[in-house]
Design a protein around this ligand. Sequence first.
Ligand code: NAP
Length: 330
Amino acid sequence: MAQNTQLLTLNNGHKMPMIGIGTWQASDAEIEVAIEAALEAGYRHIDTASRYGNEKAIGQVLKRWLDSGKVKREELFIVTKLPLNANAPSDVEPIIRKSLADLQLDYVDMFLIHTPFTLMASEDGGVKRDEQGLAIPDLRTNHAATWIEMEKLVANGLAKSIGVSNFDQEQVARLLKTAKIRPATNQIEHHVYLQQKELVDFCKAEGIAITAYAPLGSKGLAKFNAGFGIVRELPDLMDVPEIKEIAAAYGKTPAQVLLRWIVDTGVIAIPKSTNPERLKQNLDIFDFKLTDEEVAKLVKLDQNFRIFNFASHHGAERHPEFRFKNEFTN
Ligand SMILES: NC(=O)c1ccc[n+]([C@@H]2O[C@H](COP(=O)([O-])OP(=O)(O)OC[C@H]3O[C@@H](n4cnc5c(N)ncnc54)[C@H](OP(=O)(O)O)[C@@H]3O)[C@@H](O)[C@H]2O)c1
């Protein structure tokens, strides 16, 4: 089956589908159904991470599809990440090998450093916390040293491309000073309420593609936050009048307008859905295009509102590479 999306050519020549399916906060049972439905719908780009805990379930679906010949490996674009509790140079190869084993793949298409800050790992593979329950920063973080190990993954064929996630402009610029392989993407929170224009323009000018996470405003985050006792009102991007108005004009949904805006600005988006109808809808955005006026209208909605402020990792703000504003930072 042909893939049903536009492709963006990365700085190394590899092509990345501009819509992928996000997989955070999906149980094994949910993600199996969702990945099956996504591949049927034409998705070929899957965004996961060892921290999401569902790589094995994704791997089972991928194996079925690859074994049956319904899809060829080279048609897929699989992204996974080096977790925030294992960012040391010595973690890189063992971590990707574990992800590859779980995903039942020989290589991933993109391997990302998940966050610029690092937290100490607990014995059970989670995040180590002190007596007050605060996450303990791992102050040994050295992006340049970790990046050398990331570059080896490209050389030894375990990752076709490498990149970063949640890096700010200074962190990207610093990495570029020593990198032999430039990051292919920076995966950041990006949607109409958090457009991060400066960072996006900087990365694009440096040949680094932007991948937008939480492109629909991450409705599931409120539930996740509640698990950490964090109550914070989050905007509903699908209820913004300007977006609803444009959606009505095209006979599309607000979610489709939010995604089309991202793609129209040359950015890759990875909306998560485990609902077969909604995930189909999120890919069905290539039969309309926003006018310049509509794009400009959406640009004006920017509120610099960060939905993912990593407050659930209270304690991480003590790490010098932690750059997010939240209720625990000054
Ligand atoms: N690098 C990082 O640090 C980082 C951080 C966060 C996320 N990510 C990645 O980015 C992906 C996307 O971000 P996200 O999951 O936080 O948020 P998101 O994609 O903005 O939003 C997902 C939420 O929207 C709902 N939804 C999806 N399609 C919809 C539609 N067409 N209409 C109405 N509701 C819809 C989903 O519910 P249903 O499932 O019920 O449809 C889910 O609750 C993640 O899954 C993950 O892969 C990366």
